[in-house]
Design a protein around this ligand. Sequence first.
Ligand SMILES: NC(=O)c1ccc[n+]([C@@H]2O[C@H](COP(=O)([O-])OP(=O)(O)OC[C@H]3O[C@@H](n4cnc5c(N)ncnc54)[C@H](OP(=O)(O)O)[C@@H]3O)[C@@H](O)[C@H]2O)c1
Length: 290
Amino acid sequence: MKKILVIGSEGQLGNEIKELYHQFREAKFTFTTIESLDVTNQVALKNKITSDSFDYIINCTAYTAVDKAETDKDLADIINNQAIKTIGKSSSEINAKVIHVSTDYVFDGSNFKPYSEEDQTSPNSVYGKTKLDGELALLKENSESIVLRTSWLYSSFGNNFVKTMMKLGNERDELNVIFDQVGTPTYARDLAKVILYIIEKDINLAIPFQSGIYHYSNEGVCSWFDFTKTIHEIANINCNVKPIESKDYPTAAPRPHYSVLNKTKIKTIYNVDIPYWKDSLKECIALINQ
Ligand SMILES: NC(=O)c1ccc[n+]([C@@H]2O[C@H](COP(=O)([O-])OP(=O)(O)OC[C@H]3O[C@@H](n4cnc5c(N)ncnc54)[C@H](OP(=O)(O)O)[C@@H]3O)[C@@H](O)[C@H]2O)c1
């Protein structure tokens, strides 16, 4: 029986993995939370990883407060970079393979066509920079690592854009939402599925683990404005949503204007069928409304 350690299991992605792991019969799972394993404690992190003969480590922790990171640089760096380096080093010692999640914010958003894994990174926020440093550290420390870059993550767990727009749409008659930032929403359940699928294929020897960076989001493209309109449409919320420019909604951390990810690599190597963003959104809203 293979052993899988899931670090940071109380976030959106971690909770989605917890929803799915029962169907996964090939392995025994260990889940940690910030209470049971705070990754800022590098000694505890190393000890946990090397305490057992884990075959796979899935890292779901992150410092995700993008604006706060601008003034909380040291902590963002510890969680998004230094801890990932420790995960890389420690996992390498026990020959465990790692799946780690990164972000579209490693790009500056100046592209006009979907970003591939080979495109030049150039983060324009502390969050993006620390996540990029974490990617590089992991790939350097453990050659058996996969970095999945994703974008605009939401779930029925935790706080996210979908839940905020549903709440605001129900409270207000009118909402202003940015239309000049374009990307792709990603249902965390779909991301969780693909992570478990990659491990399952490796265990079954159907598709051997292929290290490196992969892009994964749902299919399609939209702006935050379109995303909001669709959330309200699906959830039957009557609210007048107005498009505004980023300059009219200043944030501490600049956001990429364009961060659509090209997913050809993961589709080719892993033969995955990726759901269209509106289909996954319907699935998630149905769960939120339950
Ligand atoms: N959310 C997005 O829109 C988005 C977009 C692109 C990429 N991503 C990436 O996708 C991955 C999953 O994101 P997510 O949305 O699931 O994040 P999330 O919901 O914010 O979950 C992150 C988890 O990490 C935990 N954590 C924070 N500091 C920790 C520490 N010192 N020790 C242990 N655990 C700690 C958090 O605990 P607390 O909640 O108790 O702090 C939380 O449970 C991350 O790598 C993120 O960078 C996210």
